[in-house]
Design a protein around this ligand. Structure first.
Ligand code: F6P
Length: 362
């Protein structure tokens, strides 16, 4: 019987599949006789006394299929590794020491951190400060380096595709142009995949700056060929050629992406004279049950994380590459984001069926 004790936390924005990973970690650990403590609200749980729950097969039964995270999460607080607008911060030394003391007091043999780019940046800093840490990659945006897919992405794409299916019928009935704004700050994976699966006519992603005039030309070309409606998917981080992303400052004084759909909607309507409507999908993409693929990916990630914890392969992150679950150094995941390459095969397929990306250069 292995007498080990592992800590686990979920950090950053929530996404479908987090509970599947927790369910899997508990299942794999219990099978080996190891104990799992789940910290509340991400890394913040390491700062407060008793801010954890002992996770067991009994109290995690049934969570596999549920959205969100039973542990709670935050993308703010003392450990905020990445502030909006790309600014990075270091976790101040006193919080690192306090968290380290918590791990020692509780006799943790390993800490499994489930999160995206910001959380993996924090995990790397903690590892460099001596934490026995293992990362599990999550984000609906699928923009984390060193893994070809994160769990949550497939569920978000399914949600956006479903939205497009619904918008098509109303757009066609009213002969309107409809824009669907989806998440994706720096990477357009959700817009690209859902746009292709959902039959979009135009897809605008951050990696391919758009030209408004070319979009208008394309809509007019479609209209002249007898198409009565046009469906456009736009990622929230899409920007015009030689222009910037649309940001607004929220009530906390933080820069927040938003407004690109609204801006385009007004300009397209004015220039085409055709009624144009906007649907901002927002957090619907992050909620709800994980798809089958995300459940399987989450379970496989959880099992691998426990394996790495037992092998004491700290400072690593579980990763999915070419159908295989493996481990990579945490440092490989955090230095840059995984954006859509202009020659991506999905882009090629989309262009192959006439989808327009808003730029004459493609
Ligand atoms: O999870 C990533 C993401 O969904 C981004 O695409 C989006 O901009 C951001 O999170 C919004 O997060 P929140 O509203 O929780 O700050």
């Amino acid at each position: 019987m292995i007498q080990q004790r592992f800590g686990v936390l979920t950090s950053g924005g929530d996404c479908p599949g987090l509970n599947a990973v927790l369910y899997s970690i508990v299942g794999a650990a219990e099978k080996l006789g190891a104990e799992v403590l789940g910290f509340h609200d991400g890394f913040e749980g390491l700062l407060l006394p008793d801010s954890f729950t002992k996770l067991t097969a009994a109290n995690t039964s049934g969570i596999l299929k549920t959205g969100g995270t039973i542990l709670g999460t935050t993308s703010r607080g003392h450990f905020c590794g990445k502030v909006t607008h790309g600014r990075k911060t270091e976790v101040p030394a006193p919080f690192v020491q306090q968290a380290s003391q918590t791990c020692r007091d509780l006799g943790l043999d390993a800490l499994i951190a489930i999160g995206g780019d910001g959380s993996m940046t924090i995990a790397l800093q903690l590892y460099q400060a001596g934490f026995p840490i293992i990362g599990v990659p999550k984000t609906i945006d699928n923009d984390l380096e060193a893994t070809s897919m994160t769990f949550g992405f497939d569920s978000a794409v399914a949600c956006a595709t479903d939205a497009l299916d619904r918008l098509h019928t109303t757009a066609a009935s009213h002969k309107r142009i409809i824009l669907l704004q989806v998440m994706g700050r720096h990477a357009g994976w959700i817009a690209l995949w859902s746009g292709l699966a959902g039959g979009a006519d135009i897809i605008l992603i951050p990696e391919i700056p758009f030209e408004l005039e070319k979009i208008v030309d394309e809509i007019q070309r479609r209209t002249s060929q007898g198409n009565k409606s046009t469906m456009i998917v736009v990622a929230e981080g899409a920007k015009p050629m030689n222009g910037k992303e649309s940001y607004k400052v929220n009530t906390r004084g933080e820069w927040q992406l938003g407004g690109i759909g609204e801006m385009l909607c007004q300009k397209i309507e004015k220039k085409t004279g055709q009624e144009t409507r906007l649907c901002v999908l927002g957090h619907l993409q992050r909620g709800g049950a994980p798809t089958t693929l995300d459940r399987i990916l989450g379970i496989r990630f959880g099992v691998k994380a426990v394996e790495l914890a037992l092998e004491k392969k700290f400072g690593t992150m579980v990763s999915y590459q070419d159908g295989i679950i493996r481990d990579v150094p945490l440092a490989h995941a955090v230095h840059r984001l995984k954006c859509v390459p202009p020659d991506d095969q999905i882009i090629e397929a989309a262009k192959g069926i006439g989808i327009f990306f808003g730029s004459s250069s493609l």
